[in-house]
Design a protein around this ligand. Structure first.
Ligand code: 13P
Length: 280
């Protein structure tokens, strides 16, 4: 078991028909508990960080923890930079040792998205690092409710994008929204099925917190190989932290407050991975 690239774990997922969970780490403290969950399930895991979290904790520190656990805990770990819009951030993450990056050109014109994604792919692949691209946009939320509709990915755009850009995975807009935790979304399955039949690349679901767990199996069956969950972990960790810090003394050992927070994230990840493994 080892520190892996996105390409390597998605190939395995494709061959064995499962989906790899990609979980946003919101601090460094929760990472060992996240990886331990995958280890217990005998599954690979993608730990992903936003640029902001990576810079708060230190990119090299994330790399060190992920690499160390992959080597010593018999589990395959990918460390992925989520939604990078600035190529300089991608270069920094690769220099620090991330094994995968996402270039998010979804706010650019189609032409510019292709041109910049191509540049990133060339740069990353030369250094043995995988790349996720995005076509279409994923909507946003406020207070956990949808406020900004995303644009659905148009199959003809995705085909053209993949002809030009040799990405290792493609994020698609199919009805999900980042940060949706107070409600669930309605996925556009006819579109997902069409994309699956026309595209020859692993697809990625963003905004996984807002997806019904009953839909997971159908997503796996339709070529979704990477599934992102962020907000659900954040909400769970924060709720538990409020509860614990609210009732303990100020001189209580910090670990007595933090361990339950990490455990809540650990339990969610274990449960999700069981569903993603698609064992029926
Ligand atoms: P959620 O925070 O909505 O689960 O989305 C995570 C994500 O897609 C990160 O890119």
């Amino acid at each position: 078991m080892a520190y892996k690239t996105l390409k390597e774990v998605l190939k395995e997922a494709e061959e064995m028909d499962f989906t790899v969970g990609a979980f946003n780490a919101h601090n460094l403290e929760m990472v060992p508990a996240m990886i331990e969950a995958a280890h217990e399930e005998g599954a690979p895991i993608i730990i992903q960080t936003s640029v902001g979290t990576a810079d708060t904790e230190g990119m090299r520190n994330f790399v060190a923890v992920c690499k160390s656990m992959a080597e010593h805990e018999a589990v395959d770990v990918v460390l992925h930079l989520d939604h990078a819009r600035d190529i300089k951030d991608i270069e920094r993450a690769i220099a620090a040792g991330y094994s995968s990056v996402m270039f998010d050109g979804s706010l650019l014109s189609f032409k510019e998205n292709i041109a910049k994604t191509k540049r990133v792919v060339e740069y990353a692949h030369k250094r043995g690092v995988s790349v996720e691209g995005e076509i279409g946009t994923i909507g946003g939320t406020e207070e956990g409710f949808t406020v900004k509709e995303g644009n659905y990915t148009r199959p003809e755009d995705a085909i053209k994008f993949l002809q030009e850009c040799d990405v290792d995975a493609l994020a698609v807009g199919v009805g999900t929204h980042h940060g949706q935790f107070q409600s669930k979304t309605e996925l556009n399955f006819p579109l997902i099925e069409e994309l699956h039949s026309k595209l020859d690349k692993p697809m990625v679901i963003h905004g996984g917190t807002g997806v019904n767990e009953e839909d997971y199996h159908r997503l796996t069956e339709n070529g979704i190989r990477k599934f992102n969950v962020g907000t659900e972990l954040l909400v769970s960790w924060t709720k538990k932290a409020k509860e614990m810090f609210g009732k303990t003394e100020v001189n209580e050992s910090l670990r007595n407050n933090i361990i339950p927070c990490n455990e809540s994230v650990h339990n969610i990840i274990k449960h999700k991975i069981e569903l993603f493994m698609n064992k029926g």
